[in-house]
Write a protein that binds this ligand. Structure first.
Ligand code: GAR
Length: 211
């Protein structure tokens, strides 16, 4: 399936974050520079103190906190997020350091229209401790992956990956910093490919179509 047919139509992005939001910042910059045919309509964070909310405000983007702690049921939390996204007419969801697993209903609703970035070369080192897991496994190369979100954890079809070396004296922090630099390059790139109608999903495979 080619997931976007109308190349000329601007995508409306909704970015979901949990923390500092450096990936969000790189996407804001790429959209502002005009390279991506999209606008960021809303940034949603699951915590009040997520610095990503400040970054959104500073860029003049609507920033909304849907506080995870104020919901007793995960489904209600997710419905509240969905409501915010729908209010803003979001057509593509970008998970940028969003540290919650989304349930089946949410994922199905946005199938083929939701991306995530993960700081490892998937399918290795899924989950919340990718850098630590890569270091303790002893890999010589790690990196980052942008993928479509499916119902599994970090298992959806892969759009773009970038590799970095792992050094003998790396700590979680030094490895994370090296990978983050690549994240800031490949996430805007993946979003642009989507917005330009150049992605085709065929089962697990994502083909990048010629311009
Ligand atoms: C990034 O390294 C991202 O890959 C990771 O969280 C960080 C968020 O940083 N995401 C995950 O681990 C998801 N499983 P940021 O808030 O500065 O963009």
């Amino acid at each position: 399936m080619i997931i976007k047919r109308d190349k000329d139509k601007k995508e409306i992005l909704g970015v979901l974050c949990s923390g500092r939001g450096t990936n969000l910042e790189s996407i804001i910059k790429a959209v502002k520079d005009g390279g991506i045919n999209a606008e960021i309509a809303v940034v949603v964070a699951d915590k009040k103190d997520a610095f990503a909310l400040k970054r959104a405000e500073n860029a003049g983007i609507k920033a909304v906190c849907v506080d995870y702690k104020s919901f007793s049921q995960r489904e209600d939390f997710e419905n509240a997020i969905m409501e915010e996204l729908k209010k803003c007419g979001v057509t593509l969801i970008i998970l940028a350091g969003f540290m919650r697993i989304l349930g089946k209903n949410f994922v199905r609703e946005y199938s083929g229209r939701m991306m995530n970035i993960h700081p490892a070369l998937l399918p290795s080192f899924v989950g919340a401790h990718a850098h630590r897991d890569a270091l303790s496994y002893g890999v010589k190369v790690s990196g980052c992956t942008v993928h479509f979100v499916d119902e599994g954890m970090d298992t959806g079809p892969i759009i773009v990956q970038s590799a970095v070396p792992v050094k003998d004296d790396d700590t979680e922090e030094t490895l994370a910093a090296r990978i983050l630099e690549e994240e800031h390059k490949i996430y805007p790139k993946a979003i642009k490919l989507y917005c330009d109608g150049r992605l085709k999903i065929d089962g697990r495979k994502v083909e990048i179509l010629d311009e």
